[in-house]
Design a protein around this ligand. Structure first.
Ligand code: NAP
Length: 327
């Protein structure tokens, strides 16, 4: 019998959807902002052998309704939208897309570092508004990026890619904090490990690159921002949940830190009424870390590879919960 695959997001390019259509019956909910609220979604969920997409929350109740599901393939590296324990209990393999988005996301982090330090967005808007009527002066000056100290929290694939760019491209000094030490990367990149509090207190830029988990929730809270220097710039390329946004607003208002560059927010999307949007000391991006044509295509292809391998009972190229399923 032909297996059924549920598509729950818009992010699949046509050639990757075609690979699925050749093999499976498709229940395609890609046109919906919230597929789970679409007519017929419940039946499709109940009948799906596999599912692929991103941006939909899969809580335990949703997973319970997916009675036949064997493989869930996320077009993302972060898996914070999924109840991984519930998936593993049911023996459902969770695919994700590590590696293929590493460099693109690291590029976005550098864009945030540069644009906050040099006030790129604010001053481009200033020109557009016709305010460039004389040579710039102190009111428009930014601060240097090169040769400053960057503290990276989360030294995984993306953290290391940011560190390489910072050290080899901008002559920055990199310190890092991570759950485990990375001696190989320390030697290769020339960076050193410090405790979290020391990183906060002694970095010119603090960049969050940890996954959004229960452990990292509000890792950057009032205390963390108080430890940072008044000239420090905070960058979040990870997940909105790692930051207490009220504490960040308070730190910026009080001059406790200089600026923030944010690709991610607690509740996305955010609009102009959000307290961190519309202020000159914040560069707010719409979660574009991996959003290039090339990288989104590579992510979709890996997610489809994961799904096909999983549904064929083969080892997936990138299975997030493989260790749990082997037990
Ligand atoms: P990764 O290779 O798994 O790296 C994550 C790192 O965080 C690991 O080194 C891990 O430590 C560390 N870590 C986990 N929990 C920690 C904690 N409580 N304290 C300190 N360090 C901790 O993942 P990645 O590919 O670099 O991606 C990292 C995250 O970036 C993803 O999970 C995702 O949420 C986010 N991301 C965002 C975008 C975007 O569009 N903005 C794009 C891609 C990814 P160990 O080495 O000890 O395991």
């Amino acid at each position: 019998m032909t297996q059924t695959v549920l598509i729950f997001s818009d992010n699949l390019p046509d050639d990757q959807t075609a690979r699925l259509a050749e093999r499976y019956q498709l229940a395609d909910f890609s046109g919906y902002e919230d597929p789970s609220a679409a007519p017929g979604f419940g039946d499709a969920l109940a009948g799906a052998d596999g599912a692929i997409g991103v941006h939909m929350r899969w809580a335990a109740e949703t997973i319970d309704q997916a009675a036949r599901l064997k493989v869930l393939s996320s077009v993302s590296v972060g898996v914070d939208n999924y109840d991984v324990a519930a998936l593993s209990r049911r023996g459902i393999a969770l695919g994700h897309t590590p590696g293929v988005l590493t460099d693109t996301t690291a590029d976005t982090a550098m864009a945030l570092i540069l644009s906050t330090a040099r006030r790129v967005v604010e001053l481009a808007e200033w020109v557009r508004a016709g305010q460039w009527t004389a040579p710039v002066g102190r009111d428009q000056f930014g601060v240097n990026v090169h040769h400053k100290r960057l503290g990276i929290v989360g030294m995984g694939r993306i953290g290391q890619a940011i560190a390489r760019r910072a050290v080899f491209g901008f002559g920055m000094e990199v310190v890092y904090h991570n759950r485990s030490r990375k001696p190989g990367a320390e030697d290769e990149i020339g960076m050193h490990y410090v405790e979290f509090d020391e990183l906060l207190a002694n970095s010119d830029f603090v960049c969050a690159v940890v996954p959004g988990t229960d452990d990292t929730r509000h890792m950057f809270d009032e205390t963390a921002f108080e430890r940072m220097a008044p000239h420090a710039i905070f960058i979040n390329i990870a997940r909105g949940s790692v930051v207490d946004e009220n504490a960040l607003v308070a730190a910026l208002d009080a001059g406790g830190i200089r600026a923030a560059g944010l690709d991610v927010f607690q509740d996305e999307p955010v609009g102009p009424g959000h307290a961190l949007v519309g202020r000159n000391d914040v560069v707010a991006l719409p979660h574009i870390g991996s959003a290039t044509f090339e990288t989104r295509h590579d992510m979709a292809r890996l997610a489809v590879d994961n799904l096909i391998a999983g549904l064929q009972g083969e080892q997936m190229p990138a299975c997030y919960n493989a260790a749990d399923l082997d037990r």
